[in-house]
Design a protein around this ligand. Structure first.
Ligand code: S3P
Length: 443
């Protein structure tokens, strides 16, 4: 439990946030499947990414983990063994709280010559796996839910010959898309994944850098496709992981909300499939400047953020729906906190995926914001927030969900009284130094 008081002074200063979680996971996974060595700087040392490292160690991959002398930046060396170099693990593989590890790994394991049992913590055992079992089965894999409830633990039987498919995913999910593309690496023909809107495309960008023939296309009527042509081996590369925009988002909103704040967050990933939060907040009047933009493999920039009054359009409304949703899916909890303080009614639609994240985030956001005095109601696929009611302290239930804990730590900065975050430890999933960095900015 941690108690956070209303901030009596502006946030100021410069910080770096830890490395991007999605890119960190993938750098280890793809490095393991590559021939040669992959060197990763700026790796995220959060519990989820450490689960990925542990799984690949059990699959026979040597991975060195060190802190770069002087700056303490986590550096990882993965000694890849090529597409066919993994060996059968002793016992099952445990993915902790990590949906990305579970779903992406399932795509890789489906193509191995050995059987694996894949499981995770209580939250993972409740998250839907049918969304990957179905396409993997169509590819010829043998993957099943051991308890028969479409959830982990998963039994993955090896030794199957996989073939490429054209799959129309009903959800815009990078985990589903990436799972299928990874199985596609081992298939005997092309794999095409359509999704209703483009979800984060790190798998496509990074696999291409590793030498794989894969690309995105926007099809007519706006649906998006990822197309992978198998047969090229992966080659080890050097990767510089940019700061995680999902982690930066907490401080972006904190600076916007606390009067007089002026902060810079350095080296933040701004891949357009991830940066919806910046565009949504800017449309609401946020003063966020991108400085030192670097358009490399994964674009990144410094975010200069100053206190701003957030508002809606001329009718006092702001609607968030459609294709922007997947580009800020993990930022919707902190966006809802910002919306609760804005001079408008915010309607969030098309976000039913929030119900199947680490917790049911529609319930977690709505119940906690209500407890703090916000005027908010849940809908089937989002929420309606009548912004501007003064917030007051409350006891925050986190449901072991890191993004709920961090979002409400920021809400606490503008709430009268002392807010208690009942489970502060769960921030270690994606941002172990979150409270330390928040204190640096509060001064
Ligand atoms: C992720 C994809 C998203 C996101 C998760 C990380 C990834 O999940 O919520 O935190 O790294 O591919 P979905 O693909 O289920 O939307």
């Amino acid at each position: 439990m941690i108690s956070i008081a209303k901030s009596s002074k502006p946030l100021s200063g410069n910080i770096f946030v830890p490395g991007d979680k999605s890119i960190s996971h993938r750098s280890v996974m793809f490095g393991a499947l590559a021939d040669g060595t992959t060197e990763i700087t700026g790796f995220l040392d959060g519990a989820d990414c450490l689960s990925t490292i542990e799984c690949f160690r059990k699959l026979g991959i040597q991975i060195e983990h060190s802190q770069r002398p002087m700056h303490g930046v986590p550096t990882i060396t993965v000694h890849g063994k090529g597409l066919y170099g993994l060996s059968a693990p002793e016992g099952g593989l445990y993915t902790g709280n990590s949906g990305t590890t579970t779903r992406l790994l399932a795509g890789i394991l489906a193509a191995q010559p050995f059987d694996t049992i894949l499981t995770g913590d209580a939250s993972i055992e409740k998250r839907p796996m049918n969304r990957i079992i179905k396409p993997l089965t169509q590819m010829g894999a043998d993957v099943s839910s051991i308890k028969g409830n479409d959830c982990a633990p998963l039994m993955i039987r090896g030794g199957k010959r996989l073939h490429g498919i054209t799959y129309h995913s009903p959800v815009a999910s990078a985990q589903v898309k990436s799972c299928i593309l990874l199985a596609g690496l081992y298939s005997d023909s092309d794999t095409v994944v359509y999704e209703p809107a483009l979800s984060r495309n790190h798998t496509e960008i990074m696999l291409r850098a590793y030498g794989v023939d894969v690309h995105n296309e926007i099809e007519f009527q706006g649906s998006s496709a990822a197309i992978l042509h198998p047969g090229t081996p992966l080659r080890g590369i050097k990767i510089n992981v940019p700061g995680d925009i999902s982690s930066a988002a907490y401080f972006v909103v904190a600076a916007l909300l606390v009067p007089g704040s002026d902060i810079i967050i350095h080296n933040v990933g701004i891949n357009k499939t991830r940066a919806g939060i910046l565009s949504a907040l800017t449309q609401m009047g946020a003063d966020i400047e991108l400085e030192n933009v670097d358009e490399s493999m994964e674009p990144h920039a410094d975010l200069h953020v100053r206190y701003s009054r957030l508002h809606g359009n001329a009718n006092g409304r702001f609607e968030l729906s459609g294709k922007i949703i997947p580009t800020m899916i993990d930022e919707l909890p902190i966006f809802a906190v910002a919306a609760a303080t804005a001079d408008c009614t915010t309607v969030i639609k098309d976000a039913a995926e929030l119900k199947v994240k680490e917790s049911n985030r529609i319930d977690a956001i709505v119940n906690n914001l209500k407890a703090m005095g916000a005027d908010i109601e849940a809908t089937d696929d989002g929420m309606i927030i009548n912004g501007g009611s003064p917030l007051h302290a409350a006891d925050i239930e986190c449901f072991a969900d890191h993004r709920i804990a961090m979002s409400f730590a920021i809400a606490a900065l503008v709430a009268e009284g002392d807010t208690r975050i009942l489970d502060d430890k769960c921030v270690g999933i994606s941002y172990p130094t979150f409270f330390k960095d928040l204190n640096t900015l509060i001064g």
